[in-house]
Every structure is written in structure tokens, then in C-alpha cells.
Write a protein that binds this ligand. Structure first.
Ligand code: GTP
Ligand code: MG
Length: 208
């Protein structure tokens, strides 16, 4: 029996302004807990959670970046290896929403071109302090062709759904790529066999 405890390993990244709740969203997903004291992330950190999709074990390695500008060089270095990126803003903070465009630009510059993306409008439990309408988030996401969800790490809303959705999208992309790879390999094998056969017939005919 192999010691491998998973079928797939997906590397995900959380980005967005400082204070939007990236660490809390991840903490909710990995430990199902919430902390209301703000401890700003220094540099980069990660958590692991294994989920199951279509009977396959998917190990999610989720990198949590610091939103603070002074860590930008370190955090940007992690874009390249990411298969999925969550762009997080805070629905009570319009600056964090406006900045999503800049975060997308960072992705375009530093991440792989086929990386899966998702926009999360976090802190949706704070409706009384809302600065960004849900429709604005949706419109922005449609503009970029990215999926969107409002989440709350505190009230545990849509956190599971968000990670499962991005994982499903990555898996779908990977499976279809594997299918086309297999098809390509099979085509080569058949072509090779045909070549060998015709070579044999050619030699046979020349003997005759
Ligand atoms: P950096 O590490 O500096 O980039 O910030 P961050 O995006 O990781 O923010 P963090 O998760 O540390 O949360 C910032 C503050 O927002 C903390 O005080 C959290 O308790 C609070 N917070 C996070 N998520 C939620 C949420 O869903 N609802 C509410 N009401 N507060 C939240
Ligand atoms: Mg953090």
C-alpha cells in the first residue's frame, strides 16, 4: 500500500488588503474557529486541510499572505506556484474593494496565466456597516470573468463553499487536461504501431 494519503495536492493563495479577514477565513476553514483580535500576518503562513471530491482526496495547501505593503516582495514570490487564488475584500471597507483591481493586476503579472481565481467579499455578517453592495461585488467579478461569493469567517457563511468551489474548478481543469494528454499519448502509440506494421509489410513485400 502506498503511504500517500491524498490523490491530489492543490496549492491555494489568499490575497487582499490588510485587515480584510484572510487569516480568519483560513482559520475558519482549517480549524472551524474564529478570533476577533486582529493579529496582522507577518510575511506568509500556511495551513493544510484535506477534503474529498468525487471520491478523491484533495490535499489543500493554503498560503495566507500579509496584506501589508512592506511584505509585498515576499508574498509576490508565492504567486507563481499557486493553482488557485482567493482575492479577498471587506464589505465594510470600500478601499479594500477598490484595490481588488490592483490585486488582479498583480496576479496577471506574477501568477501562472491559467490560475483559478475567486473574489470573496468578507465580513458579510456586518450588514449594518456595509459599504459595498453585493451587486457591486458581483458586477466586478463578472467584468473579470471570476466567481464571487460573500463570506463571513465570524458567522461561518460560505467559507466551506468558497474553498470547495475553487478546488472543484481546479480539479475539473486538471482532469480535462489529463484526458487530453491520455488521448494524445494513445494517438502516438497507435501511429507508432501503424508505422511498425507498415514497415513490416513493406519489408515483406520487398522480399516477395
Ligand atoms: P493581514 O494579515 O494584515 O493581511 O490581515 P487579514 O486579512 O489576515 O485580516 P484578519 O484575518 O487578521 O482579520 C482582521 C480583523 O477582522 C480581525 O479583528 C478579525 O477578527 C476581523 N474579521 C475577520 N473576518 C471577519 C468576519 O467575517 N466578520 C467580522 N465581523 N470580523 C472579521
Ligand atoms: Mg492575516
Amino acid at each position: 500500500m502506498s503511504g500517500k494519503t491524498y490523490d491530489y495536492l492543490f496549492k491555494l493563495l489568499l490575497i487582499g488588503d490588510s485587515g480584510v479577514g484572510k487569516t480568519c477565513v483560513l482559520f475558519r476553514f482549517s480549524e472551524d474557529q474564529f478570533n476577533s483580535t486582529f493579529i496582522s500576518t507577518i510575511g506568509i503562513d500556511f495551513k493544510i486541510r484535506t477534503i474529498e471530491l468525487d471520491g478523491k482526496k484533495i490535499k489543500l495547501q493554503i498560503w495566507d499572505t500579509a496584506g501589508q505593503e512592506r511584505f509585498r516582495t515576499i508574498t509576490t514570490a508565492y504567486y507563481r506556484g499557486a493553482m488557485g487564488i482567493m482575492l479577498v475584500y471587506d464589505i465594510t471597507n470600500s478601499k479594500s474593494f477598490d484595490n481588488i483591481k490592483n490585486w488582479i493586476r498583480n496576479i496577471e503579472e506574477h501568477a501562472s496565466s491559467d490560475v483559478e481565481k475567486m473574489i470573496l467579499g468578507n465580513k458579510c455578517d456586518m450588514n449594518d456597516k456595509r459599504a459595498i453592495a453585493k451587486e457591486s461585488g458581483q458586477t466586478l467579478a463578472v467584468e473579470y470573468g471570476i466567481k464571487f461569493m460573500e463570506t463571513s469567517a465570524k458567522a461561518s457563511i460560505n467559507v466551506e463553499e468558497a474553498f470547495y468551489t475553487i478546488a472543484r474548478d481546479i480539479k475539473r481543469k486538471m482532469d480535462s487536461r489529463m484526458d487530453s494528454n491520455t488521448t494524445a499519448k494513445n494517438t502516438i502509440v497507435v501511429a507508432e504501431q501503424t508505422k511498425q506494421k507498415t514497415g513490416f509489410i513493406d519489408r515483406w513485400c520487398s522480399i516477395l
